[in-house]
Design a protein around this ligand. Structure first.
Ligand code: PGA
Length: 249
């Protein structure tokens, strides 16, 4: 049985005060619910604060990005070992905003995945197609390319315990989520692709859906057989809404 994971991606939002209030409402609202694993991913500068804030709860903390290099002269970058040092369990790699706004390519994302995995944290590998690619019926080609790039660098064993997030780019921040059937089709494709390498790892890996998840659609999405929770952006900034989404996990 795969335990669902609901992870909040705060992106570049928040302040110490706002984060404290948000954490308090999530901790309070989810206490006692152990059917679902919950994580929050604040901006780098707030990670240590948030780790302290969730200390006595089962809520885990993740980062939104990481440097592929282990240490050295890389001004402005943050190493995987540092994220582990301050208490991160998860690290998002390959988010479409990183791929598109900061031109991260498949090869770089693969190296980041490996850097996270080598530090014994859990990479959340984001994959997904643009609207243009979907219209060209290229969704599976794109997702396969993004997955294969990581498989080539890290090998299938590195996916043991990892998390994949299917996030169609056209659904992110648009209010237009993929339908449960659309999500299920791609999730099953991803699991099948991994199963060609290792059926056991493929069967155990959690594949999250991301893109305009909210309380009103989370139940239907998470109810699909290959959807193991969600990566939630906008709706994760509202404590009450996020708690409701976690309740659908
Ligand atoms: P959204 O973002 O929930 O605001 O669509 C999801 C994401 O980018 O991870």
């Amino acid at each position: 049985m795969r335990k669902p994971l609901v992870a909040g991606n705060w992106k570049m939002h928040g302040s110490r005060n706002e984060n404290a209030a948000l954490i308090a409402s999530i901790v309070q609202g989810t206490t006692g619910d152990d059917r679902v694993e919950i994580a929050v991913c604040p901006p780098f500068v707030y990670i240590a604060d948030v780790v302290r804030g969730v200390k006595d709860s089962p809520i885990a903390v993740g980062a939104q990005n990481v440097c592929a290099e282990p240490v050295g002269a890389f001004t402005g970058e943050v190493a995987a070992a540092m994220l582990r040092d301050v208490g991160c369990r998860y690290v998002i790699v390959g988010h479409s905003e990183r791929r598109h706004l900061y031109r991260e390519d498949d090869a770089l994302v693969a190296r980041k995945f490996l850097a996270v995995q080598q530090q014994k944290m859990v990479p959340i590998l984001c994959v997904g197609e643009t609207l243009e690619e979907r219209e060209q019926v290229a969704t599976e080609t794109v997702v396969a390319r993004q997955l294969d790039a990581v498989l080539a660098v890290a090998g299938v064993n590195a996916f043991s315990g990892a998390v994949i997030a299917y996030e169609p780019v056209w659904a992110i921040g648009t209010g237009k989520n993929a339908t449960p059937d659309q999500a299920q089709t791609v999730h099953a494709f991803i699991r099948g692709r991994l199963a060609r390498e290792d059926a056991k790892i493929a069967g155990a890996i959690r594949i999250l859906y991301g893109g305009s998840v909210k309380a009103a659609n989370a139940g239907d999405l998470f109810g699909m057989p290959d959807v193991d929770g969600g990566l939630v952006g906008g709706a994760s900034l509202n404590g009450e809404e996020f708690v409701k989404i976690c309740g659908e996990g």
